[in-house]
Design a protein around this ligand. Sequence first.
Ligand SMILES: Nc1ncnc2c1ncn2[C@@H]1O[C@H](COP(=O)(O)OP(=O)(O)OP(=O)(O)O)[C@@H](O)[C@H]1O
Length: 408
Amino acid sequence: MARKIGSRYTANQILGRGSAGTVWLGEGPDGPVAVKLLREDLASDQELVGRFVQERTALLGLEHPHIVSVRDLVVDGNDLALVMDLVRGTDLRTRLERERRLAPEAAVAIVADVADGLAAAHAAGVVHRDVKPENILLDMQGPLGPGGAHPALLTDFGVAKLIDSPKRTRATKIIGTPDYLAPEIVEGLPPRAAVDIYALATVLYELLAGFTPFGGGHPGAVLRRHVTETVVPLPGIPEELWQLLVQCLAKAPASRLRASELATRLREQLPLLAGMPPLDVDEPDPAEEAEQEPAAVPAPRGTEPVRRRGAVSLVPGAKPDSNRDTHTSMRVPGPDELAGGARGTARAPRAAGAPRPGSARHRAAARRRRITLSVAAVALAAALGVGAWLATSGDDRPPQDTHSTSAP
Ligand SMILES: Nc1ncnc2c1ncn2[C@@H]1O[C@H](COP(=O)(O)OP(=O)(O)OP(=O)(O)O)[C@@H](O)[C@H]1O
């Protein structure tokens, strides 16, 4: 059923739902658009509306072939909507679910596109903060690139930051998706451009392997692995590509490549990857994961049971508006839980048919948890000895001296 959005747009048909609202196929004065209509409880939050207006310039200013541009912001009665370029295609999560693993050439081509988009955003002083397959759209009407990959566009720029509440984030929480969270965020540092590189390298690993390097099990264990564990090599991956991944998954943000360098280096590798089939990597064993999960993060006495999964809203207290398991709440893990977690549990991929390495406790479904976390900074700091999990509602812009990048 069609509905008016402000005076200039009509929303005609639902394209998809996320945790923040519903995306519609719409029509505007200049033709078809995608309209992200935020949930009513978000739209009625005056503080949030104020921030949308404040961030208007940054949101509307990002123009790049690999970024889904925001064309307009509509604040109209109970409606708060972002009007975006319409991408006719699918998101990368859907493709990955369908194919399980991508051929290296296609994976690298997609990630190089996203790196180009990030380079432009970082040069404009914007950090995405939520790079993940759900936020990468594939334009099926665009020309086919290397490995048969359609052009990839990064979407949802600045949305995580806007929807995140300063009141709550100033205290002790982070918004994000644990599988893709850079270690420095876990350590309480403000998110700079390098967090996007880490997240994008995680996406590349996931496209190649079929699972993320540090995911699986309890969200607290996932965060701990980002800080303490090293990524385990993927069988059969070309050495140069592996070195690139390792560099971009470095614990130290300064060691990671900048987005423009990453795009260039990835594209240099494309000829070597032409025709290579998807890597033959066996999935970690779900049965072993089920056995080991509880031991990794034991429930402390006298606390509520951990809620392990389930879609919840991006904003605490609001009803979920998603039919996908992309956000999960968790109870704050206590110091005992974190300190008592299993050691050396980073995913250990193995060549198909090789014996299991013994510590595979990762369910396929658990790999895809998209989680919004509220965590106690002090508790984690005590447990890890690395600092607090602090969400920052402060300036997300990368310091120009360390991570500014040039638009391609
Ligand atoms: N600009 C767009 N053009 C076409 N389809 C889009 C566009 N933006 C989003 N969609 C579709 O709408 C769906 C929901 O998008 P949305 O950004 O709300 O949620 P998400 O990113 O999948 O999840 P979450 O916001 O919970 O992380 C996407 O999966 C995609 O299929």
